[in-house]
Design a protein around this ligand. Structure first.
Ligand code: COA
Length: 439
């Protein structure tokens, strides 16, 4: 059964829609009602109406068809309401409720699987934060918008076993301007696991990059089979690498975190890009969204700040990328045009009084050099001789990745990002981390 139906239902029931502001069931209902724009039914046997919408005691008392149900009632009632979903013919269910295998209630989870099998229900969760699709505006995340800014529409999809981690991260990436396609918190991965989600996102037309926070893998054989076919760049960050971390993962989502060395090997074998921390996850995702993977390791650096050039070079070495050896043709050409004042070497320091013309010459030359796989261009826009930044790129064919290090909030830099499809990073180290991911 395709997971697509979770993201564009024509009608939704929120089971456990609460009358009380601040409760999870209230927030989910409000978010769906205000953001989704399709039919949303509140289900609550104790309420007549919620936010002005007529309430139903059970999904069975609704005449119309329902495509998706979100369950936010206490764990002991979940089997009952899931059974009702089955009888109603609802095929897709998100179970927000916690209190299952993560606290030792495996029996409760088995009950859910039995009911789902009986009625052919596909469910995500339990113990999930919810799901979000920026293309259909489906948003059943139980955090209000005032507390968690929603990221703009984009092409990175993020799947996470941890919900709370994702809240903080999504809020941050929204503030930093990253674009998200889908977000899926899959909690205990009881029936719908990482394999199903990766397989689905690999075919999703709005997803270019898959970012994944993983504690444990539910079914390694199933995942291996799927990963062999996945062409889209997939980035993973592993939680529970240490002994203490493993114990935490077990009580968080009931995951067996396993040996980190095995995961590391697994990621490597299947071309999954592993990152060290959450910041790297999105730096890598950003660059991969622009350029995909396998771009080569040899970096050419252009800068108007000597120190920035050095810091970038240091990071290139630390991350085991290579400083490109410029070709003889490049050296001669640069010597002729710029050699009267600058040292022709990598990093190419165009000096603090660099003009856009100097940058244009450097960029054009390195763009044509076969020894350079990608270019990190430090552009300290605050320096006085730099004007009309956009003109650097005019007429230059971008045939290899260029990663800008600049003031990403600068209006002209934003225009460059959009018009020439060149990603900007605020710090040199960030650009190199991004370069490593696309290398
Ligand atoms: N069908 C529909 N609604 C029902 C119901 C039924 N059979 N029985 C009760 N309800 C209503 C309740 O009356 C209540 O509405 P009200 O506030 O208007 O009275 C609403 O459903 C919620 O039930 P309540 O008993 O108040 O539960 P709760 O809101 O305190 O907790 C959960 C419910 C799901 C939020 C809680 O059990 C839970 O799992 N919390 C953790 C969630 C989590 O962390 N998930 C993972 C995130 S990473």
């Amino acid at each position: 059964m395709s997971l697509e139906n979770f993201f564009k239902p024509k009608s939704i029931a929120v089971i456990g829609a609460s009358r009380h502001k601040g409760k999870i069931g209230y927030t989910i209902f409000k978010n769906l009602l205000t953001r989704y724009g399709k039919k949303v039914y509140p289900i609550n046997p104790k309420a007549k109406s919620i936010l002005g919408v007529k309430c139903y005691p059970s999904v069975l008392s609704i005449k119309e068809r329902i495509d998706l149900a979100i369950i936010a009632v206490p764990a002991k009632i979940v089997p009952l309401v899931l059974e009702e979903c089955g009888k109603k013919g609802i095929k897709n269910v998100v179970i927000i409720t916690a209190g299952f295998s993560e606290v030792g209630n495996e029996a409760g989870e088995e009950k859910l699987i039995k009911i789902a099998n009986k009625y052919d229900i596909r469910f995500i969760g339990p113990n999930t934060l919810g799901i979000l699709d920026n293309y259909s505006n489906l948003d059943c995340i139980f955090v209000p918008e005032e507390k968690m800014k929603r990221p703009k529409k984009g092409n990175i999809s993020f799947i996470s076993q941890s919900g709370a981690l994702a809240v903080a991260l999504l809020d941050q990436v929204a503030k930093e301007g990253y674009g998200i396609s889908k977000f899926i918190s899959y909690g205990n991965a009881t029936q719908t696991d990482e394999s199903d989600l990766i397989e689905f996102l690999a075919k999703d037309k709005n997803t270019k990059v898959i970012a994944w926070y993983v504690e444990g893998i539910k079914n390694a054989k199933k995942l291996m089979k799927i990963l062999k076919k996945v062409k889209k760049p997939t980035i993973a960050i592993k939680g529970g690498k240490t002994e203490e971390g493993k114990k935490a993962a077990l009580s968080h989502t009931g995951s067996l975190a396993g040996s980190y060395e095995i995961y590391k090997g697994f990621f490597k074998q299947f071309g999954i890009i592993e990152v060290e921390n959450l910041r790297e996850l999105f730096l890598a995702a950003k660059a991969l969204e622009y350029y995909g993977k396998n771009n080569g390791k040899r970096i050419g650096i252009i800068t108007n700040g000597g120190g920035f050039g050095i810091l970038t070079t240091d990071k290139v070495s630390t991350l085991k990328l290579k400083m490109a050896e410029f070709s003889e043709k490049t050296k001669k050409s640069l010597e002729k045009k710029l050699g009267y004042m600058i040292n022709i070497r990598n990093p190419l320091d165009l000096l603090g009084d660099a003009t856009t013309d100097r940058y244009k010459i450097a960029l054009d030359t390195l763009m044509k050099d076969k020894n350079v796989d990608m270019i990190i261009m430090v552009l300290i826009s605050q320096l006085p001789t730099l004007e009309k930044l956009k003109s650097i790129f005019e007429g230059i064919k971008i045939r290899k990745p260029v990663l800008l290090v600049s003031d990403c909030e600068n209006k002209e830099i934003k225009q460059i990002e959009k018009k020439y499809r060149i990603p900007c990073f605020s710090y040199p180290e960030d650009a190199v981390i991004a370069a490593k991911a696309i290398a």
